[in-house]
Ligand binder design. Structure first.
Ligand code: PLP
Length: 638
């Protein structure tokens, strides 16, 4: 097929913005160079950008192989600053007479370098941490955070969790134990008495209001988390009976992650602020109103309330929270609380991106050469040949339907033994070519019939990429979440292929076949023909949730990782390279110890040698290569 070449002179960003919507979802962190390569701008300075392909080349020179996860710690700094400045602006604008305190929910990204960077960047804002399990607490306990920073302890707790959380106050942390179930109170009382520590407490309260989007179920009345109003009243009574009134510091609400519609946030905050005001009026000097997470990321760049987008900005989010709480406190005549936020997704999503190489490309039905009319000796193939020659923009629908019928005929004749393999191959070749022509003609119609849209999707190429969906973008598999995907280079060149992306697992779910689009969801991604040069694709906005949810399906392990900083002169520096899991490491997680594997292989080879199935030399070379390759990468290396 002849490639479509454009004679128009386009600005370097015209194609990537039109096709991939880069400027819509990039948040100012990604752009296009004049050479048509993707760039990253970790401080959002458009002049301080580096080409991602250059970073990839640096890694390749160091013999670090794709796929890679690239982190840009400065993006974390920028997001932290933005979040806190947004609340500072709102507080000033509405003359709110209390503060905002952020905490980072560790479940969003527990990676040590990420959390440490966030704590350093958030130091001047007294940024803290939120934990939900013992293991997260164990990590959080030892991190250096601002002495005034909060450590919000959520989740279902056992005795050890409670002990660690309480004891952390003795080493300079400010834990708040958030009670999620009534029975927690008894356990807390016992541990507190034993340790002689009087911890700050909070209640996680259910709200009627729900989030929107994929995580809608995590909030609302029937949520698995939190206590309802009846339980809240019981708990408040227990608190005052036990003389803990002054320890009750926080009310906590969380309506779910990626709340797509700002109205849902406003409604939930209204409800939460009312609950706060009423509890406060009952004589409990609550200090913190914790509004949880939910601040979403505009993955598709559409700025709508669709599942993978949000119809509001970070500043609007802050404004609505501060304004609503302020109004309700004024009308209820209670002092305004310190507002605590637990935004994780919005803080972490942008800082990491995933880069993979395309291994090979497959075109459905293509292959083989044009059918030679002189060699056709079957009636049905001859009829298909006529359709193929005579299909026009006027008759293509009818001819396409005829072709469908002929293909059925071809199949039954073959099954009955009337056709040979050559006939069948010719018929198939003609069928797919007729489809291709029909799709091309259908593009000139004003209202394209559904069947041609579907057909075009069926005919999308498959680009086999060196990655595992389950390891690197688990939410695209589990939740149909969309992530922006763009080739690293050739962005001044009009892409001519429509493709879906297949990973290297042996799982039919191991593919990405939904892509961001401004108006809809694309069923195929526009890509370039892969020539002799390596072709890399970047998956953006994978810094939140993907890493800890990733799994070693098919024993494809964690990927090579590199951290880059860009200095004031716009020069990139590798801060750190972390090797992905080796074959040995992933095998160990499934119970295969390298020592045993090597030993067993050696024994098998030895006995094969005594049976003369292998020579001593072959045995040695096999065993040596096996042993050393266990240290190698789980992904394709050539
Ligand atoms: C998951 C979670 C968060 C983080 O939510 P984001 O939408 O990622 O900001 C905050 N608080 C609690 C209690 C959570 O469970």
């Amino acid at each position: 097929m002849k490639e479509i070449t454009t004679t128009l002179r386009l600005s370097p960003s015209e194609i990537p913005n039109r096709i991939y919507g880069v400027e819509n979802w990039s948040g100012g962190y990604f752009g296009i160079s004049e050479q048509g390569a993707l760039t990253v701008h970790p401080t959002r300075n458009p002049l301080m950008g580096v080409e991602l392909i250059g970073l990839v080349q640096t890694l390749l020179q160091r013999r670090v192989k794709p796929p890679f996860l690239l982190r840009f710690p400065q993006i974390l700094d920028t997001q932290i600053r933005e979040l806190h400045e947004a609340f500072r602006n709102s507080i000033a604008e509405y003359s709110y007479e209390a503060r905002h305190r952020g905490v980072f929910p560790m479940k969003v990204n527990q990676n040590r370098s990420v959390v440490e960077r966030l704590m350093a960047a958030g130091h001047r804002y007294e940024y803290g941490l939120e934990v939900g399990t013992k293991a997260e607490l164990a990590a959080a306990l030892t991190l250096s955070i601002h002495p005034n920073a909060l450590m919000v302890c959520n989740g279902i707790k056992d005795r050890r969790y409670l002990e660690w959380a309480m004891q952390s106050s003795r080493i300079g942390k400010n834990p708040v134990l958030v009670i999620e179930e009534v029975s927690d109170l008894q356990k807390i009382s016992e541990v507190s008495a034993a340790l002689r520590i009087h911890p700050d407490l909070g209640f996680r309260v259910r709200v009627f209001s729900r989030g929107t989007g994929k995580w809608e179920e995590s909030g609302g009345e029937t949520s698995k988390f939190g206590i309802n109003t009846i339980q809240l009243l019981d708990c408040l009574k227990t608190v005052s009976d036990r003389g803990w009134t002054r320890q009750l510091k926080m009310l906590h609400f969380h309506i779910g992650s990626q709340v797509t519609d700002i109205r849902r946030i406003k409604n939930a905050i209204k409800e939460a602020a009312r609950v706060y005001a009423k509890v406060r009026k009952m004589g409990f000097p609550i200090e913190y109103l914790n509004v949880g997470g939910g601040l979403g990321v505009d993955y598709d760049g559409s700025r709508t309330a669709s599942d993978c987008s949000v119809n509001y900005s970070m500043q609007e989010f802050a404004n609505d929270i501060v304004y609503t709480i302020n109004e309700i406190c004024l009308s209820e005549n209670v002092p305004p609380p310190t507002i605590v936020t637990e935004s994780g997704r919005a803080v972490a999503a942008h800082h990491a991106l995933f880069i993979m190489n395309v291994i090979r490309t497959l075109n459905p039905g293509l292959g083989g050469t044009e059918v030679d009319p002189d060699k056709v000796d079957s009636e049905v193939v001859e009829e298909m040949m006529d359709l193929y020659r005579e299909i026009t923009p006027k008759n293509f629908r009818e001819y396409y339907h005829d072709a469908l019928q002929h293909r059925e005929e071809l199949q039954s004749l073959f099954n009955l033994g009337y056709l040979n393999l050559q006939n069948r191959a010719q018929g198939e070749w003609l069928f797919w070519e007729i489809c291709r022509k029909a799709i091309k003609f259908s593009h000139s119609m004003k209202e394209r019939p559904e069947e041609f849209i579907d057909l075009e999707n069926i005919l999308a190429s498959k680009y086999i990429c060196n990655f595992s969906v389950f390891q690197s973008t688990p939410d695209s598999w589990a939740l149909d979440q969309l992530f922006p995907i763009v080739p690293l280079t050739r962005l001044t060149e009009e892409p001519t292929v429509r493709a879906i992306l297949c990973d290297i697992t042996c799982d039919s779910d191991g593919q990405i076949d939904k892509f961001v689009d401004l108006r809809d969801v694309k069923q195929a991604l526009e890509l370039h023909h892969v020539n002799a040069d390596p072709y890399f694709l970047a998956i953006f906005l994978v810094g939140a949730y993907q890493e800890s949810l990733g799994m070693n399906h098919n024993l494809l392990g964690s990927v090579n990782e590199a951290h880059f900083l860009v200095d004031d002169a716009g020069r990139p520096h590798i801060d750190r390279v972390i090797r992905g899991e080796s074959i040995r490491q992933v095998l160990a997680t499934a119970g295969y110890q390298a020592r045993d594997l090597v030993e067993n292989l050696k024994q098998m080879a030895q006995s094969a040698e005594t049976q003369n199935k292998i020579t001593a030399e072959e045995r040695e070379s096999f065993c040596a290569s096996y042993e050393s390759a266990l240290e190698g990468y789980t992904y394709l290396e050539d």
